[in-house]
Design a protein around this ligand. Structure first.
Ligand code: MOS
Length: 744
């Protein structure tokens, strides 16, 4: 049988990023680069205490500074209508921007200075003087575990993912022959996309608003803003043509966006507000600091008997943030007894946000490190332990997997990393001054699809324009959609343009939760089919060979449209449109989820292998080799998929070895809020990587056979690194990041 899986070399000839040239040539304009007539610039003033009340806000000096147009704060805000709604239950919990003098975290926006240039606004912002009645703040998760609460979603719904869960018997690990209980701690991590968050807000009269915004959902941002400002949704237009990374940080409306809209209202001119790099650490979410307690129980031969898993993550004082940390524990392995508990700890910090592999990246760190620890206790190979507990059906729902090629992933990854070189006894392989070890771990993330529509405009010259409201935060959405359309229609790739990131384009979900390809890809397939059906109907009026044409057999060839069942019927499609008096053909196609979720359990999988070298004297860790195999169904656009996987591995290595947003508990302020102090991997930290895809179709989720990719690629990377370090050194580090001080 022909090899189906894809490795690095197989991807070199695949379709290239269709917007790559515009991006590297600077032609792609991101929201902060957009210029408008009469544009003004907003700079935020932030609180410098963690909890309390502003007793005096003196903006006089700032107002008198050169170029300043206004200073807006709780003293003179035009107001957010949503905050005044009577039925407070229906209002989204959120930081109420400039609504009163209360302070909930250090760094909270308390005023905005609007000036004719960015520099003048920045200078004037430094002139605002604030006096506070300071109260005691709480910012440390581990010291405040006693304040943990059950999330509201769990109180409302016992079936919510945040609710306490038991399958079989609770604490069943206590009955097992081999037991293990450990705490795993992961610090807060910041998304830090290359592009800063930014927005331009422009009012046209009292009830029309245009936003040029960094967002993962143009229509979702429009809808939320419309609610906040009591506007009809069609009066709010959101443009997010290019987004330079987000990783979850742009899945919602943040306070700085509300500030820009209030400021633009106040000065009656468009306002541009760009966060600075430091503000990216605490104004647009982060992966929350989380402590997890995992207990595993197994029989001597490695069969899991029970898992108990608790998670404590932090949230803000004004809003509950929850994420699905425990799902992988409930479905990954065939275990009769599982109990999980999820709690959050409200602190004087800003609200966290989903960050790449939300929930599962955190959960897999604890679960997959614990599985590794168990493998040593059992004296069993870590892969063998996982295979011994492989779940043939979803243990959570008892539904069959829609597709599951995990076993292929283990096999392929082990082969590529050279797993046979691994020694079962830790600390026994030496390479000069370096200790050498191998580690592996698994990741999984649910595969989803929702509803979307794509609009197609076909011109007589054979050029095709496709449009969808979906945002593209970098994975290459337009590239994958172009490939899908090119394959379906037979049109050359350079004849197809895919436009996105505009709330007035047809309906699409946010780009989040790895659902874009499954969702918008299905709508792209649908619009191409509709186009072919429509063209075949038109052709049938002229040539009999078209009467029974099926869409699968209709294809563009050069300037012609061909019915491959009857090639004599080929017809020039410019003439075809002309015959019907059309200067262009406009058609829509829609797709939505069916009842597939009631029949199958949908997940993507990743298996990560790491070879780590640890320096004996300094504790420096060098990743020498990284091999990841992903089962995400059919790979539509191999080159951009490979980039996604590469980014996931790099992000996971950062999570394992470097990333930690540090709050000084004396002030409640993030102290390493810059790229100088918040460490992420650079090229020199990144080893040889092998990106592999199983590339087997999932027959149940969508016509492409694809599942999701963007999240699953990071899930499991950090534990694979930690496990490799243990194999190298015999030192088990359970608090991320694994910095050299923890290893010497
Ligand atoms: Mo993803 S964390 O839903 O951007």
């Amino acid at each position: 049988m022909a090899k189906k899986y894809l490795e690095n070399a197989d991807m070199a000839t695949a379709i290239s990023r269709v917007d790559g040239r515009a991006k590297v040539m600077g032609a792609a304009k991101y929201s902060a680069e957009v210029q408008l007539p009469e544009l003004t610039y907003g700079v935020l003033v932030e609180s410098t205490i963690g909890q309390g009340v502003i007793t005096k806000l003196d903006t006089k000096k700032a107002e008198w500074a050169p170029g300043v147009i206004a200073v807006v704060s709780y003293l003179n805000t035009p107001g957010v209508p949503e905050y005044k709604l009577e039925n407070q239950d229906v209002i989204q919990p959120q930081l109420r921007v400039f609504d009163d003098a209360n302070i909930y975290f250090n760094g909270q926006p308390i005023a905005v200075v609007i000036a004719d240039t960015f520099e003048r606004a920045q200078y004037a912002a430094s002139l605002v003087r604030v006096t506070y009645a300071k109260e005691k703040h709480l910012s440390n998760l581990e010291e405040n575990l006693s304040r943990a609460v059950v999330p509201k979603s769990a109180l409302k719904n016992p079936k919510a993912f945040t609710s306490d869960f038991v399958r079989g018997k609770a604490n069943a690990y206590l009955d097992a022959e081999v037991q293990l209980t450990e705490d795993y701690i992961q610090p807060s991590e910041v998304h830090h996309p290359m592009e800063l968050h930014s927005i331009i807000a422009k009012w046209d009269g009292p009830d029309k608003l245009t936003l040029v915004d960094k967002t993962q959902g143009s229509q979702q941002t429009a809808a939320r803003i419309a609610k906040s400002f009591a506007l009809p949704v069609e009066n709010v237009k959101v443009l997010a043509t290019y987004v330079g990374g987000a990783f979850g940080s742009a899945l919602r409306v943040w306070p700085h966006e509300i500030v820009a809209i209030l400021a633009a209202k106040k000065v009656q001119r468009p306002v541009k507000l760009v966060l600075h790099r430091n503000q990216m650490s605490y104004m647009v979410g982060y992966r929350p600091h989380t402590l997890q307690k995992v207990s595993l129980g197994a029989s001597r031969d490695g069969k899991l008997v029970g898992i108990t898993h608790e998670s404590y993550g932090k949230t803000s004082m004004y809003e509950e943030f929850t994420e699905n940390v425990l799902q992988m524990t409930r479905m990954m392995y065939d275990v009769p007894n599982i109990d999980t508990k999820y709690r959050i700890v409200p602190l004087n910090v800003s609200t966290p946000a989903p960050m790449r592999g939300p929930g599962e990246a955190t959960g897999s760190f604890a679960l997959e490190c614990a599985m590794d620890e168990l493998s040593y206790k059992l004296n069993m190979d870590p892969i063998a332990l996982r295979l011994a507990n492989y779940a043939e059906v979803d243990p959570d729902t008892k539904l069959p997997w829609s597709s599951n090629f995990l076993k292929d992933g283990y096999k392929l990854g082990a082969e590529k990393i050279g797993w046979d070189k691994r020694k079962a006894e830790p600390g026994t392989v030496q390479d000069g001054e370096w200790k050498v070890g191998y580690g592996m771990a698994t990741g999984t993330f649910g595969a989803f699809r929702s509803a979307a529509t794509v609009k197609a405009t076909l011109k007589p010259d054979g050029s095709l324009l496709l449009q969808s409201a979906v945002a593209d935060i970098g994975p290459g959405t337009a590239t994958a959609m172009t490939k899908i359309a090119a394959d379906s229609l037979g049109l050359p790739v350079d004849k197809i343009a895919f436009q996105l990131g505009n709330s007035s384009f047809p309906k699409a979900p946010m780009q989040g939760g790895s659902n874009t390809l499954a969702t918008v890809g299905s709508a792209t397939v649908a619009v191409c089919e509709n186009l072919k059906v429509d063209l075949a109907k038109r052709a049938a009026k002229q040539k009999p060979g078209w009467t029974n044409a099926v869409p699968a057999k209709v294809i563009f060839k050069g300037n012609d449209l061909v019915n491959t069942d009857d090639t004599s019927s080929k017809i020039n499609f410019a003439a075809l449109l002309q015959h019907d008096g059309l200067s262009e053909l406009v058609i829509e196609g829609s797709a939505a989820q069916g009842d597939e979720k009631t029949k199958y359990a949908f997940y993507s999988y990743s298996v990560h292998f790491i070879e780590a070298h640890v320096h004996e004297l300094t504790g420096v860790v060098r990743i020498k080799n990284a091999v990841s195999v992903v089962d995400c169904g059919t790979v539509v656009s191999p080159k951009t998929a490979r980039s996604q996987l590469m980014g996931g591995i790099v992000g996971g290595i950062g999570m394992a070895l470097m990333e930690e947003a540090v709050i000084d508990d004396r002030t409640g302020r993030t102290v390493n809020a810059s790229f100088g102090d918040y460490h992420v991997p650079v090229n020199a930290d990144i080893p040889q990587m092998q990106m592999l895809f199983v590339n087997e179709a999932d027959p149940h989720l969508n016509p492409m056979g694809s599942k999701g990719l963007g999240e699953v690629v990071i899930i499991g990377v950090a534990p694979a690194v930690v496990n490799a370090i243990y194999n190298a050194t015999g030192k088990r580090i359970r608090t991320l990041p694994v910095t050299p001080d923890k290893l010497i």
